[in-house]
Design a protein around this ligand. Structure first.
Ligand code: ATP
Ligand code: MG
Length: 502
């Protein structure tokens, strides 16, 4: 058997204005998990899309078991035993689990010239493949009834059902709970034992150390090198990714909070199972973390403060004045901004340019003579944010949909910074963002509070929550279970003890 099951050699790919890949190689051994790492925009997803036949490479060759192959489209890729679990899932929500699994290849009965979908077979097969990956739910359920983690397992079951020899995972865990990640890793370990080669993309260092056998690092569209995972420390990985030493990821900050800016009293959702009786306050110049497990209702609570959800009772005050929370526009006028966690659902305007995506929040503040857009002013605001957040793009008229996942997230952050709110709610602000850019975002947060702004940060990343918060609230099951003010008490154990008080 060839040492490598799959080899990519000398792959190059350009988009207008960007050389996304420049002579990149990648060799994957069978029965291993190969981590592909690099900063946002390094070219990881592009390389995988070239392999999978979504993009046509400008130059380069693909070998499977030492034999040269040409892959023109995803269909051909799948026929050659390659499957891909995408960074941005595109499930068909109203259809059933089974239909999503067999989309485009439904099993059929033939009645003479007539082909009819064989539902019975489809459901049976789906059940069987779901069991294969240790998932045991009803194949007739609509996909919309499942969590993102469960949808992901369906994608994986789909890959397994194709009997794929190579499975590409492009940031599969960015929206998974810890339990769901454990399930995914169990499945991956299983697949490894069966000799499947896996390519794994993630920005979470602890995951990389846990699951991968080999690590390939890319930087700016080029190949840096490949190493056995066991021989590299996290610091070494980071240094090779960013091309420099990055010591203190969480910038030092000693904040002296001022008067209360935002006060929420006894907020209760109209839905019984959502947040109930939540009271909290944020001072000027303070970073307040909200911890909790996935499903603790932190996002829902903040969306209500921002006027996106109805409340049954409770009040919101900004600088002592009561705020009408019936619409986001009113919350924005009161000085509240919200960076949402889900950039696909309600964050980005995919087909618009970066300029429009950032500018949309400031257009009505930058009118000349009341109605003509002040383009030079807007251009300078947008240009400034591209520099400040190091957004990787040829120019500001690029469609945001063409940016790498992490860079899209930065554009959303830039939009809110441009709008300049007094109180900024950041919901999982660094999800999908590489370590170097994370550090930049933390620095911006520290700078904002230094200017007297206040930040609420929802985060499921314990290190980030503990590293950045001046003070912490922890939620579980729709209730605020605890507040941690003393830095000495800000520990993982303390947070978890509140987070699990169901
Ligand atoms: N369809 C496209 N059109 C134009 N430019 C693109 C397109 N797809 C990717 N790019 C550019 O190619 C570069 C590499 O992007 P890619 O998505 O491969 O990065 P990535 O390593 O996956 O980053 P992330 O960690 O943020 O997901 C980026 O500069 C991106 O803007
Ligand atoms: Mg990507």
């Amino acid at each position: 058997m060839a040492e490598y099951y799959l080899e990519l050699k000398g792959v190059s790919k350009s988009f207008p204005g960007v050389k996304a890949l420049d002579n990149v190689s990648l060799s994957i051994r069978p029965g291993t998990v190969h981590a592909l790492m690099g900063e946002n925009g390094a070219g990881k997803s592009t390389l995988m899309k070239c392999l999978f036949g979504i993009y046509k490479m400008d130059e380069g060759e693909v070998f499977i078991e030492g034999k040269k192959v040409v892959i023109n489209n995803p269909d051909e890729a799948m026929k050659m035993g390659i499957a891909m679990v995408h960074q941005e899932l595109q499930p068909v929500l109203p259809r059933s689990v089974a239909e999503n699994m067999y989309l485009g290849r439904f099993p059929t009965h033939n009645y003479g010239p007539l082909k009819v979908i064989n539902h019975k077979k489809m459901y049976e097969e789906t059940s069987r493949w779901l069991k294969e990956v240790g998932m045991d739910f009803d194949p007739k359920l609509p996909l919309s009834a499942l969590s993102i983690g469960q949808m992901q397992s369906i994608e994986i079951a789909k890959a397994v059902s194709h009997e794929a020899k190579v499975i590409i995972f492009d940031e599969p865990t960015s929206s998974l709970s810890e339990k769901e990640v454990d399930v995914l890793f169990r499945i991956m370990n299983d697949l490894r034992d069966r000799g499947v080669a896996m390519i794994y993309i993630s920005h979470k260092m602890d995951e990389i150390k846990k699951i991968s056998d080999d690590i390939t690092i890319m930087r700016d569209g080029t190949y840096v090198g490949t190493w056995p995972a066991a021989e590299m420390t996290i610091d070494q990985i980071i240094a090779r990714m960013v091309g420099r030493e990055l010591t203190n990821v969480y910038p030092e900050h000693k904040d002296t909070p001022g008067e209360v800016l935002l006060e929420c009293k006894n907020l209760s959702s109209i839905h019984e199972k959502s947040f109930q009786d939540c009271s909290f306050q944020i001072r000027k110049g303070e970073i307040v973390g909200f911890g909790g497990l996935v499903g603790a209702q932190r996002t829902e609570l903040m969306e209500a403060v921002f006027g996106m959800r109805n409340i049954k009772s409770g009040e919101v005050y900004v600088k002592g004045k009561k705020v009408d929370t019936s619409a986001p526009r009113k919350a924005m006028n009161a000085g509240i901004g919200l960076i949402t966690e889900d950039r696909r659902g309600n964050g980005i305007l995919g087909c618009l340019s970066i300029k429009d995506n950032v500018g949309v929040s400031v257009y009505n503040k930058n009118l000349k003579a009341g109605f003509v857009l002040n383009h030079p002013k807007i251009n300078s605001i947008v240009d400034d944010s591209i520099k400040k957040l190091s957004i990787k793009t040829p120019n500001m008229s690029e469609a945001i949909g063409n940016l790498s996942g992490g860079n899209q997230q930065k554009v959303i952050i830039a939009r809110w910074l441009a709008n300049d709110p007094d109180i900024l709610v950041m919901d999982e602000p660094t999800r999908g963002i590489d370590v170097g850019a994370k550090h930049e975002i933390y620095e911006i947060m520290v700078e904002l509070v230094r200017q007297g702004k206040s930040i609420i940060m929802i985060s499921s990343e314990m290190a980030e929550l503990l590293g950045m918060s001046d003070r912490l609230y922890v939620m579980c099951n729709g209730h605020i279970r605890g507040e941690i003010t003393d830095q000495a008490e800000m520990t993982q154990e303390k947070v978890m003890s509140y987070a699990t008080q169901f």
